[in-house]
Design a protein around this ligand. Structure first.
Ligand code: COA
Length: 375
C-alpha cells in the first residue's frame, strides 16, 4: 500500500489488533477466540459462543448455566420503551424498530450508558432483550397475544417464539441456534467497525450498538438474505435459474448471497447453512428453495466464478421456520449483538480514537460571495 493512496472501502486496511475473531479468507476458515466455527456449529450452543466471545474462553457447565439464567432474567423491556414501540407505525421496518428501541433503552438504563462504561452486564442485557423487542413489535403488528416469558427456553427457542407465528420443533430450534452461532461475529465487518468507531470516542455501549444496527440494515451487509428470497421467488423453478441469473448479470446486477470482501473461496458459514437448509427442507418435506439454490450456485459460479456467502442459504431456513422476510436482518442483529458488544468491550480496553483521513479532491481557493449577490 503506497502512503497517501486511497483504499476505497478501506479494503485490505488493517485498522486494529483483536483477539476475538479471525477470518482466513484464502483457506475458508472462521475462528472465534481460537476455535473453528465448524466445531462450534457442530457442538456448542449460542450461549456458549456468547460466553466465548465475551470472556475469551469456553465456559464451564456452571458458568454456562449462570449465563443462561442471567439472559432469561434480563429479557423484560421497561414500560417506557414499550410505549415508544407502541407509537411506531405498524408498517415500519423491524430494523428501524430495533434501532429506535435500543436507543430508547439507553435513556431508561443510564447506569449502562456512562461514557466508556465497560460493563459486560450491558452486553448481556442487550443480547437478552433484542428478542423481546422483536417479539413485542411483531406480535402486536400481527394481532397476536404478547410474547410469553418462556423462562425455560434458551436464546434460540425464545427468539424463534418471538419471530415465528407457530410452535417450533427441536430440529428447528437447533437450526436457528446454529445460524446464531454462525452470525455471532465476523471480525471488522461494517457494523462491528461502526460499533468500534462509536466506542472509540468513549461513547457508551448502547450508542455503539445503535450505530451497528443502523449499519447492518443496508442490503450490502445484513439485508442480502431477504433479497435472495425475492430472487428465488422470481426463479420459481430450478430450471429457470440459468435464464433469470444471466438476465440479471447482463443488466450488471449483483446476485445477492454471493461474493465477499474477505473470503476468496466458499464462506465456511455457507457450507454449514447449505447442509441445514437441506436438513430443515427434508424435515418439512419441502426442498423447493434448496433445489433452486443449488442450481443458482452452479450458474453463478459458472458465469462469474463467485462463491456463496452466509446469506445465500439462511433465508431458505428462516422461511421454513415461519419467519417473515423482514425479520431476517433483525435475526442477524439478535446474534451479532454478541460480536458487537465483545468488540466494544475490547475497544474500551485498548482505546484509540478511530479517525482516518480523506484525500481532499475539492477546490481550496474559491472567493466567498455574500448571499444577496448569489444567483
Ligand atoms: N454478483 C455479481 N457480481 C459480483 C458480486 C455479486 N454478488 N459480488 C461481486 N461481484 C463482482 C463485482 O461486480 C466486481 O466485478 P467487476 O470487477 O467486473 O466490476 C467484482 O465482483 C468485485 O466486486 P467488489 O464490489 O469490488 O467486491 P467487494 O469486496 O466490494 O464486494 C460484496 C463484497 C459482499 C459487497 C459483494 O460481493 C456483493 O455486493 N455481494 C452481494 C451482496 C451480499 O451477498 N452481501 C452479503 C455479504 S456477507
Amino acid at each position: 500500500m503506497v502512503e497517501g493512496e486511497v483504499q476505497h472501502g478501506l479494503e485490505d486496511v488493517v485498522a486494529l489488533e483483536s483477539r476475538i475473531c479471525f477470518i482466513d479468507g484464502k483457506g475458508g476458515r472462521l475462528i472465534y477466540q481460537g476455535y473453528d466455527i465448524r466445531d462450534l456449529a457442530a457442538q456448542s450452543t449460542f450461549e456458549e459462543v456468547a460466553y466465548l466471545l465475551w470472556y475469551g474462553r469456553l465456559p464451564t457447565a456452571a458458568q454456562l448455566r449462570d449465563l443462561k439464567d442471567r439472559l432469561v432474567q434480563l429479557r423484560t423491556i421497561p414500560p417506557g420503551v414499550l410505549e415508544i414501540i407502541d407509537r411506531i407505525p405498524r408498517d415500519s421496518s423491524p430494523m428501524d424498530v430495533l434501532r429506535t428501541a435500543v436507543s430508547a433503552l439507553a435513556v431508561f438504563e443510564p447506569a449502562e450508558t456512562q461514557p466508556g462504561a465497560s460493563s459486560i452486564g450491558g452486553a448481556q442485557r442487550l443480547t437478552a432483550v433484542l428478542p423481546t423487542i422483536l417479539g413485542y413489535y411483531h406480535r402486536r403488528r400481527s394481532g397476536l397475544e404478547p410474547l410469553a416469558p418462556h423462562p425455560g427456553a434458551g436464546h434460540a427457542a425464545y427468539l424463534l417464539a418471538a419471530v415465528s407465528d407457530r410452535p417450533a420443533t427441536e430440529l428447528e430450534v437447533r437450526a436457528l441456534d446454529v445460524a446464531l452461532i454462525l452470525h455471532a461475529d465476523h471480525e471488522l465487518n461494517a457494523s462491528t467497525f461502526a460499533a468500534r468507531v462509536t466506542a472509540s470516542t468513549l461513547s457508551d455501549l448502547y450508542s455503539a450498538v445503535t450505530s451497528a444496527i443502523g449499519t447492518l440494515k443496508g442490503p450490502l451487509h445484513g439485508g442480502a438474505n431477504e433479497r435472495v428470497m425475492e430472487l428465488l421467488d422470481e426463479i420459481d423453478k430450478p430450471e429457470r435459474s440459468d435464464e433469470v441469473i444471466r438476465a440479471r448479470l447482463a443488466r450488471h446486477e449483483r446476485i445477492m448471497g454471493f461474493g465477499h470482501r474477505v473470503y476468496k473461496v466458499e464462506d465456511p458459514r455457507a457450507t454449514i447453512l447449505r447442509d441445514w437448509s437441506r436438513r430443515v427442507g427434508e424435515a418439512h418435506n419441502d426442498l423447493h428453495y434448496y433445489r433452486i439454490l443449488r442450481e443458482v450456485e452452479s450458474v453463478v459460479h459458472r458465469e462469474k466464478g463467485l462463491y456463496p456467502n452466509v446469506d445465500l442459504y439462511s433465508g431458505s431456513i428462516y422461511t421454513l421456520l415461519g419467519v417473515p422476510k423482514d425479520l431476517f436482518t433483525p435475526l442477524f442483529a439478535a446474534s451479532r449483538v454478541v460480536g458487537w458488544t465483545a468488540h466494544v468491550l475490547e475497544e474500551y480496553q485498548d482505546l484509540r480514537l478511530i479517525r482516518p483521513m480523506a484525500r481532499y479532491i475539492g477546490p481550496t481557493d474559491l472567493t466567498y460571495t455574500p448571499i444577496g449577490q448569489r444567483s
